[in-house]
Design a protein around this ligand. Sequence first.
Ligand code: HEM
Length: 524
Amino acid sequence: MSLLFSIQSLLSLFAFFIIICYLYFSNNNNNNNNKSKSTKSTTTSTSSPILRNYPLLGTLPQFIQNRHRFLDWATEILASSPTNTLTFCRPGGIRGVSTANPLVIEYILKTNFRNYPKGPRFTSYLHDFLGQGIFNSDSHLWKLQRKTASFEFNTKSLRNFAADNVEFELQSRLLPLLHNSSHTPTPIDLQDLLERFAFDNVCKLAFNVDPKCLSLSSQHSEKNHSVVGAEFMQAFEDAAMLSAGRFMYAVPNLWRLKKRFNIGSENRLRESIKTVHDFADRIIRSRLVGRDGSGLGSDLLSRFITNGHDSPEFLRDIVISFILAGRDTTSSALSWFFWVLASRPDVERSILEELEGVRVRYGKCVRDAYSLEELREMNYLHAAITESMRLYPPVPMDEKESLEEDVLPDGTFVGKGWFVSYNTYATGRMESVWGKDCMVFVPERWLENGMFRAENAFQYPIFHAGPRICLGKDMAYIQMKAIAASVIERFVVEIVEKDKPPTPLLSLTLRMKEGLMVRVKKRC
Ligand code: HEM
């Protein structure tokens, strides 16, 4: 094994050297190529006052220097580019484009959608974990799953099933847990609770299994039953983190070598994927046995089986993709929302006034659960959550691969096989898009005569946009509004270190590195 590690280190060093040389020469070549193909694209990539190409190392030193504040750094360099688009080279000589320009985003996500699939590079990194599930497939396989899933997501029965699950998790787990916590001075990690909530919830939606991860945090009687669920959640978390880690290698294909010899992170990834797949396979097999109707319910797995899909592997890929898509997104959005709200008592007051208005209109008291209709009437809360996601998007960046050479609407040249990424975090903070107060939290920018007014989806690509727009958007808002409304009207949430902004942890979603430690007090 130690021989393998030595070989691995030598190979890494050698590959690193080759890449540095390659970066240097390819940057020079490409700048020359760009000059002949499109003058605008070279201007955007090289005239930026902040992004610099160093001899031999290209942009690598700046990247290393700014790694701890990667998203803010990327925002600064995109803001300094005249078209908010940049062309650059990643380690390994992989060339591509990053943008925060809504016109370009519209072009890649909708107008020329066909030329910008996820592509083989992206999908191969996640294939071991996600197979060919909706989140990790292109063309006909994606279309097939999208068609069934979007039909089901629009059914009233699935919406009601999802809303009932949220209500159950809220009333029987989250609120009692916060209630207990309000009696002690010990802080709790709100991000962790919200992640457990979202995981329980999406597992119920995907295959009607309750892993009871949130009940683990409380001294509840369900504790013993939730150990298997907690193992599943931990394995899922590890598999997602380690799969995302494949994108971060300085030597791009090193993970393939590690996988070949089953060492280091690839060994851990294999183990965690096995735990996730075994768990899912057991449920799928039992559900296929009962497909005469007795074992099928309202969850997505049952719906795909009812629609005639019976390959266990295909069903597993679908279920896992849905869990991944719905898992950390709402918890990320809500964690940042509660953090922002703690410094804006004026916004909190407006939310409380709105909630009181809804309660009075429907003759309800504070302990009553809100119906779907009542949640939909909460325009100000909707605007506040939307505004918080503008500044802290749960999916801060997304990436496609170009099938053919192309020129983007702002004149930037794109080569065949280049990555084309849009930076949601930066787009939400562009002065050119949002005006002078782009860095200020202003829920009112989303309201017209008190009613929520959505912006152009390409200016606000938080939920993606175009044919691949997020399927869970409405469901996510229902979940986030139900949690926010119930928590805010019952508790005062105090952030333990409110003067220290949380450190963003960049994986597939935007999480807080140290969690969100809070103390809750009952609201009078
Ligand atoms: C605040 C919460 C959420 C945000 C910000 C969000 C955002 C996104 C984004 C950016 C994508 C595109 C990802 C890509 O293609 O690379 C996406 C896709 C998707 N989302 Fe969400 N999402 C949220 C919640 C949910 C929930 C709760 C579900 C339901 C389980 C869900 C289901 C999906 C699915 C199935 C896709 C794949 C769509 C496709 O490729 O056709 N999302 N979402």
